[in-house]
Ligand binder design. Structure first.
Ligand code: GPU
Length: 795
């Protein structure tokens, strides 16, 4: 450790010189990384020692995704070394930000769910709570996206390097995972036991990533499993080379395509490896007092991908530790809790029984027994067939993972108030009635350390100058800014910082993708995964409307706007890919039209990821949160924008509802259908987009142009878009909400015309955003679900 800039510089130079090679940025990165690892190491060791000595209750957060983003800068910041290192390097003629740019971010997640897990890790460590993550170490993270003729192409992202990786291999903690085999009863000294004979063993090797909390005192662990051939695999019933290949595939990539059976087996193998390896690892540390397990650990499963944790914990307790069913069930259902992240029917995981039965025969028997006992108890309570059907875990040869997760957990939560209400009143109504105290809400949050302190150091600095630094520890104190929302000097400073962040984004995009943007335009940003319900299509249709208005009406000359898009489509999600293609086509047309270009600019940021987000969000004036009401469980991008002073244009969906509640609807742009309305239309099948088209001349004209192919390139593109809007009945109510969306955009222009007023609204958003820190979310989980105790790091 060092305590001054001079010491840092000395130590840095010594190390560089000891390497004796040519000096370059790469070498500086390597050196700084090594130094950071050493600083982290000390606290990591001490944190683990403390946990062991005190027997503190530990939380384990199991998730198929952890979208952690770049690590170096965030670690330096949490260690409180960032500024010192930055200044030290400056004096040596090096730019810390350039060194940071050399890090390839590990894309171990798709979007919101994975980024939430990463924010939670940061908050747990920062609140000095004993909470760790378990995930998978995919060799290729989320694919790299490129556009070729406007179409998305996908390339594997190799993030693992030869050396200096962010994680540390722990060979000593490897465990074996059994697949296939035959279940047999064997006689032991204390009676009959179940055993799986001749399984195909795969070794799971953990790689640990230190999670550095604020001020560097607490360092928790994110443990990622990698599949490898097992030493016990000599007797596999197939050719060894085939076994080797199949094994390597297990942790090869995130969400392998599961449209075919082989892909389904692979996903199931991943899920089981994650659950079994994590639970074996957890239990090996607690085997001396298994009856007390619910007092010494809590396990949170992040959606249903890790729902096999329920039968796997049962298996370990019964088969490996000879507990009887009742005891094991009691322990399991007081240890595991579950978070639901969606009500979209197509996203609810279901597995064919035959798949689980053949790949995981013992697990299948346990699920069957859980289901049998549950059904028996329901029948004893006199439940009708309809209720039995809703509550069954196994039905018609299918296993419903969400029901398994609810039955096997002591607490179940949704991720925003509206979402939890929909779960309780509709999607999981019968389950909620059966287990009235199980369901609760935990509105998502984001770590203000990455999304404000790190991503917007200038704004953080201004906030600290204005209200002191206590807000960093207690983000709800951002409310003290409210008072300054009338202060002209403060508003001016805020505006200057916004301009600066715009310049930084422009510089970043120019370097990365050779895009040039007008810094004085309104930055209107729509970044998230591509999905029908997120309605990127509505945004681009609106841009077409604006283009038409500019062309048609010589008095319509709106203030210049740059519409940014960013996001990836799942490789097999054809409709989403067609929307991407269409946005690129529209961008081409609009950006190359000399008249329209003076008012509109469409920018599609290629390969949207955490790093791009850190540039985009602080530069935003307008945050697009326009999902079909009821479909977005929470959203978390919405919170990041708000915290950086962007104004939201959004529907009453997910956490938007709570954002509007906090900041007041007068400081946001709210439009569109309510969740109730959408769900009623869906229930009665009573929405007909043709009625909208017939009754609205502007939309009618737009549709005619679309059909003619004015806005698309290639027949497939027209067919998909028109097919969705017309023949498939516009399932996400794009046309229905289009005019109210457009009106709200006009209000944005009016508001922006008064810059001081606009800044005032932005500041009010920042002031109201503290509650959306994931520190609040994590504290609530801890109080209501996990019952963790703070372990002061004494640092
Ligand atoms: N979400 Br299910 C994902 O990112 N991936 C998933 O597989 C599922 C949900 C998202 C929700 O769509 C989003 O609304 C929410 O904010 C986020 O999870 C975190 O809860």
């Amino acid at each position: 450790m060092f305590s001054s800039k001079e010491e840092f510089k000395k130590s840095f130079i010594n190390r560089i010189e000891a390497k004796g090679t040519e000096k370059n940025l790469e070498l500086a990165h390597e050196t700084l990384w090594e130094m950071t690892c050493e600083w982290v190491q000390e606290s990591w060791k001490r944190t683990n020692q403390l946990y062991e000595e005190n027997h503190d209750k530990q939380l384990y957060y199991i998730s198929i995704e952890f979208l952690i983003g770049r690590v170096l800068g965030q670690n330096l910041l949490n260690l409180n070394f960032y500024n010192l290192v930055k200044e030290g390097l400056d004096e040596l003629g090096l730019e810390l930000s350039e060194i940071e740019e050399l890090e390839i971010e590990p894309g171990l997640g798709n979007g919101g769910l994975g980024r939430l897990a990463a924010c939670f890790m940061d908050s747990l460590a920062s609140l000095e709570l004993p909470g760790h993550g378990y995930g998978l170490r995919y060799r290729s993270g989320l694919f790299t996206q490129h556009f070729v003729d406007g179409n998305q192409t996908e390339q594997p992202t190799k993030w693992i390097k030869e050396k200096n990786n962010v994680d540390i291999r722990r060979e000593d903690l490897a465990v074996d995972i059994p697949y296939y085999g035959e279940v047999q009863l064997v006689m032991g000294i204390d009676g009959m036991h179940t055993k799986v004979e001749n399984p195909e063993w795969v070794k799971a090797v953990p790689y640990d990533i230190p999670i550095v909390g604020a001020n560097g005192g607490t360092v928790n662990t994110l443990r990622l499993w990698q599949a490898e051939v097992s030493e016990r695999a000599s007797s596999v019933g197939k050719e060894y080379a085939v076994y080797e290949r199949e094994t390597a595939k297990i942790t090869d990539r995130l969400y392998p395509d599961d449209s075919l059976e082989a892909g389904k087996i692979l996903r199931l193998k991943q899920q089981y490896l994650l659950c079994s390896a994590s639970l074996q690892n957890i239990i090996s540390n607690h085997k001396s007092s298994l009856e007390k397990l619910p007092n010494s650990i809590a396990i949170q499963i992040n959606d249903t991908h890790p729902a096999l944790a329920v039968p796997e914990l049962m298996r370990i307790l019964i088969d490996d530790y000879t507990l009887d069913w009742e005891q094991a069930w009691d322990i399991t259902t007081r240890t595991i809790s579950y978070t639901n992240h969606t009500i979209l029917e197509e996203a609810m995981e279901k597995w064919g029984s035959h798949l689980i039965q053949s790949l995981l025969p013992r697990i299948y028997l346990i699920i069957e027994e859980i289901d049998r006992r549950f059904k028996e108890s329901l029948q004893n309570q006199g439940k009708d067939d309809e209720t039995l059907h809703k509550l069954s875990i196994i039905e018609d040869g299918v296993i419903k993972m969400a029901v398994l997760a609810v039955v096997g957990s002591y607490k179940v939560n949704g991720v925003a108030k509206l979402h939890t209400e929909i779960l309780k009143k509709r999607e999981m109504k019968e389950l909620n009635e059966q287990f009235p105290n199980k369901f609760h809400n935990k509105t998502n949050g984001i770590t203000h350390r990455r999304w404000l302190i790190k991503a917007n150091q200038e704004l953080s600095g201004l906030i600290t100058e204005t209200i002191g630094s206590q807000w960093m520890k207690e983000p709800e104190r951002l409310s003290e800014l409210h008072y300054f929302s009338q202060n002209q000097n403060f508003l001016q400073d805020f505006q200057e910082i916004k301009s600066l962040k715009k310049e930084q984004l422009i510089h970043h995009l120019q370097r990365d993708q050779n895009i040039i943007v007008d810094p004085s335009s309104i930055f209107d940003i729509h970044i998230k995964r591509f999905h029908g319900y997120k309605r990127q299509l509505m945004n681009i249709l609106h841009i077409q409307m604006l283009y038409d208005r500019i062309k048609r009406d010589s008095t319509y000359r709106p203030y210049p706007r740059t519409f940014f898009f960013g996001g990836k489509a799942a490789p097999s999600y054809h409709f989403a890919k067609q929307v991407i293609k269409m946005i690129n086509t529209v961008a081409n047309k609009v950006n190359n039209d000399p008249l329209a270009r003076q008012h509109l600019h469409v920018v599609f940021v290629e390969n949207y990821n955490v790093t791009h987000a850190e540039y985009l969000i602080p530069a935003a004036d307008v945050s697009e949160q326009i999902s079909t009401a009821s479909k977005e469980a929470s959203g978390t991008g919405n919170m990041k924008f708000m915290m950086n002073g962007a104004l939201t244009i959004g529907t009453f969906d997910g956490a938007n509802v709570e954002i509007f509640e906090q900041v007041g609807q007068e400081n946001a742009f709210v439009f569109g259908m309510r969740a109730e309305e959408v769900m009623d239309y869906e229930k009665n099948h009573s929405y007909d987009p043709k009625e909208i088209i017939e009754s609205d001349v502007e939309i009618k004209k737009l549709m005619e142009e679309l059909v003619k192919g004015d806005w698309t390139e290639g027949k497939a593109n027209v067919d998909f878009i028109v097919g969705q809007l017309l023949h498939e009945g516009d399932p996400y109510f794009v046309l229905k909400d289009l005019q109210s969306y457009s009106k709200e955009h006009e209000k944005i222009l009016d508001a922006y015309a008064n810059p001081i007023n606009w800044a005032e609204m932005g500041v009010k958003n920042i002031a109201a955003s503290g509650i959306f820190s994931s520190d609040r979310t994590i504290q609530q989980y801890s109080d209501d679900v996990w019952q963790l105790t703070k372990v002061p790091s004494m640092y």
